[in-house]
Design a protein around this ligand. Structure first.
Ligand SMILES: Cc1ncc(COP(=O)(O)O)c(C=O)c1O
Length: 374
């Protein structure tokens, strides 16, 4: 039985709690094994079965998933990684953490995702990876340029933080063996561990390297370490494992995942219908038949005023995202991106989460209409 969480129109984003997570978390606490352990391994196996892939490596967050996946793809100092500026800053921080340079590119005006032609135009001899962001959960199709990227030894590391459960032409995001896919299971995500993330490795070697890097560089598994007087630290590593408690919550969520898919799609359709009556408002095209939408992003004129008026009226609005090429931390790699700058000034996220009663969508859209009319 789903548990009602604080929500309504005042909240911009949020999780769903199906109920069994509470017992699962309590059982994990009672088991007395709080770090990486059997519950984490079980969650990895469940994710792999869901995606239909041989292996999944669970980690602490989506941000560290991206960092480790880039490292596993061989990205390092002197390399360039192509990334849309319109993303959460984590996508860029993960690149910077490897010592590589982010190369910011534009996004498509209707999907707000990168396009293959923009990626091609940004390639240089230093390009080592492309990091498409699956904005709002929509899959990004780079298959047309995949052979070209392969030929040049350029990896695609997908930022699918928002896209667990979505598909590309019927193939689940995460199941394409040519891509390294990274998920987030953070607090707001369609599937949450409270905090968590995962990488889908493409070779057993990559999986080994990723597991070592998430465990401070130690080569041996927990079982091997407990039977030995020593261990080998054989490379870079972080304390980046997924804790048992979080894995237990993730497993409980995964068992009911179809429910959130239905709820989110229903909400999205209700918004699409209600927003159709507002000619000034452009709804982001998430390719809804193939996407479990993560958020509801529109573009509106006079966004800042509309944002504040709605916020003052108690509506949980948000902005996803202030463009990264304009952020102080990334000033060294800034460039001119007029399309992104225009979109960045117009995007507005409306309340979109499983605790939002579908009938409350009309109240949000009425508040938007009022705000647009001043
Ligand atoms: C597009 C994108 N990339 C990366 C991340 C980072 O994931 P996490 O918060 O789990 O570190 C997020 C999470 O908000 C995200 O939305």
């Amino acid at each position: 039985m789903t548990i009602t969480l604080p929500g309504g129109v005042g909240r911009n984003a949020g999780p769903i709690l199906y109920g069994p997570e509470i017992d699962a978390a309590a059982a994990a606490l009672r088991a007395g094994h709080y770090g990486h352990g059997p519950l984490t391994v079980r969650f990895e196996q469940q994710l792999a079965a869901f995606l239909g892939v041989p292996d999944v490596v669970a980690v602490a967050t989506g941000t560290v998933a991206l960092q480790l996946a880039l490292l596993a793809a061989g990205v390092g100092p002197g390399d360039e990684v192509i990334v849309p500026s319109l993303t959460f800053c984590s996508s860029v921080q993960a690149i910077v953490a490897t010592g590589a340079r982010p190369v910011f590119v534009e996004v498509d005006k209707t999907s707000l995702c990168v396009r293959a032609d923009e990626v091609l135009a940004a390639l240089t001899p230093a390009t080592k990876a492309v990091l498409p962001v699956l904005y709002c959960g929509r899959a990004v199709d780079l298959t047309a340029i995949q052979p070209h990227l392969d030929e040049r030894g350029i990896a695609i590391v997908e930022d699918a933080a928002q896209a667990f459960g979505s598909d590309l032409h019927g193939r689940l995001v995460g199941s394409n063996p040519q891509l390294l896919t990274c998920f987030s299971f953070g607090p707001m995500k369609n599937l949450t561990c409270c905090e968590g993330g995962a990488i889908v490795p493409r070779t057993p070697e990559q999986a080994t390297v990723l597991r070592r890097m998430r465990t401070v560089g130690i080569a041996q598994s927990l079982a091997q370490r407990s039977a030995s007087t020593t261990y080998d630290v054989i490379g870079f590593g972080l304390r980046a494992h997924l804790q048992s408690l979080n894995a237990a919550i993730g497993s409980a969520q995964l068992a009911h995942f179809d429910q959130v898919c239905t709820i989110r799609r229903r909400l999205w359709h209700r918004y699409a219908t209600a927003l159709a009556g507002l000619p000034d408002v452009a709804l982001t095209d998430v390719d809804i038949d193939h996407t479990i939408p993560f958020n509801l992003v529109v573009q509106v004129p006079d966004r800042d005023r509309v944002f504040h008026q709605m916020h003052d009226a108690g509506i949980g609005v948000g902005v996803h995202y202030p463009p990264n090429h304009l952020q102080p931390a990334f000033a060294a790699w800034t460039t001119s991106l007029p399309v992104t700058e225009q979109i960045g000034a117009r995007v507005l996220s409306l309340p979109f989460h499983p605790s939002l009663p579908v009938d409350d969508v009309d109240q949000v859209v009425a508040a938007l209409r009022d705000a647009l009319h001043g």
